[in-house]
Design a protein around this ligand. Structure first.
Ligand SMILES: Cc1ncc(C[n+]2csc(CCOP(=O)(O)OP(=O)(O)O)c2C)c(N)n1
Length: 249
């Protein structure tokens, strides 16, 4: 008899992801798909994808999707959710998409307290386009547009999106987790689960930031990139709960 092992979630297509070896986008895809299966939401879900490596998720997810490029995902998600409130609606966005091109959309969606879930994959670089500076690139971190490392005198300091969004009154759940280790991935899944449940309960806006890696553009192996995250990214962007309220404001 075969031992029971891992079963691919129905919410994932039967294919190998197109992500670079060691990139955690594939892990995030898997966590979302597992949760949609666990909640029985696959046929009720409309995911809103960004521009960036997150766009490639369209080939991995096995449920309805809209692609809203250049940071417009929170605005499109607003329209989808308001016109079809019985659908489960989430956005999936990188840091260039969400914190640069789409800064206005995310802030206003959060400020309106829309009943959607935003999943923010922060790898502190523009991954898809070849490693340019992002709003979240760390001070001193090299990118193809800051070859000497980020200099705050020229391009400002890295932006902390959880801290900014949690200053607003309406958001219900604003948390940061990291994908550097198995225990932290399990914590990330718990946070996504809570954010999904909030939407099902009609509680309003949830924002889950997941600190991630980009081995290709950081020029590191997977294990080196995870070490680098622990030594650098996670120091500047502390994991934790920035807003986690039981009662709606
Ligand atoms: C108007 C416009 N500007 C820039 C781009 C190029 N572009 C595509 S993806 C991307 C950045 C994506 O970076 P991020 O959101 O950090 O996601 P990642 O790929 O790292 O997951 C950019 C700038 C574009 N396609 N159109």
């Amino acid at each position: 008899m075969m031992a029971a092992g891992y079963k691919r979630p129905e919410s994932l297509q039967k294919r190998i992801t197109g992500y670079c070896p060691g990139c955690m986008h594939g892990q995030v895809n898997k966590l979302i798909a597992e949760l949609l299966d666990e909640f029985g939401l696959r046929e009720k879900t409309i995911g809103v994808l960004p521009i960036g490596c997150g766009t490639l998720s369209m080939m991995n997810f096995n449920f309805d999707l809209v692609i809203a490029t250049h940071g417009r995902a929170p605005a499109v998600a607003t329209g989808v959710k308001r016109s079809a409130p019985d659908r489960f609606v989430f956005t999936y966005q990188g840091d260039g998409d969400l914190a640069a091109i789409g800064l206005s959309e995310i802030m206003h969606c959060a400020n309106r307290g829309e009943n959607v879930t935003v999943i923010f994959v922060n790898n502190s670089i523009y991954g898809m386009t070849g490693g340019q500076l992002a709003p979240t690139t760390l001070v001193g971190q090299k990118s193809t547009t800051t070859v000497q490392g980020r200099n705050p005198k020229e391009v400002g300091y890295p932006m902390k999106m959880c801290e900014l969004i949690s200053q607003l009154q309406a958001p219900r759940y604003v948390v940061r987790r990291a994908l550097d280790s198995v225990p932290n991935v399990i914590q990330a899944k718990q946070a996504l689960k809570k954010a999904f449940q909030n939407q099902l309960d009609g509680k309003g806006f949830s924002f889950v930031e997941l600190l991630s890696n980009c081995p290709t553009n950081w020029g590191l192996s997977q294990s080196e990139s995870l070490e680098w995250m622990r030594a650098n990214t996670m120091k500047y962007f502390p994991i934790g709960d920035f807003r986690n309220e039981e009662a709606a404001l």
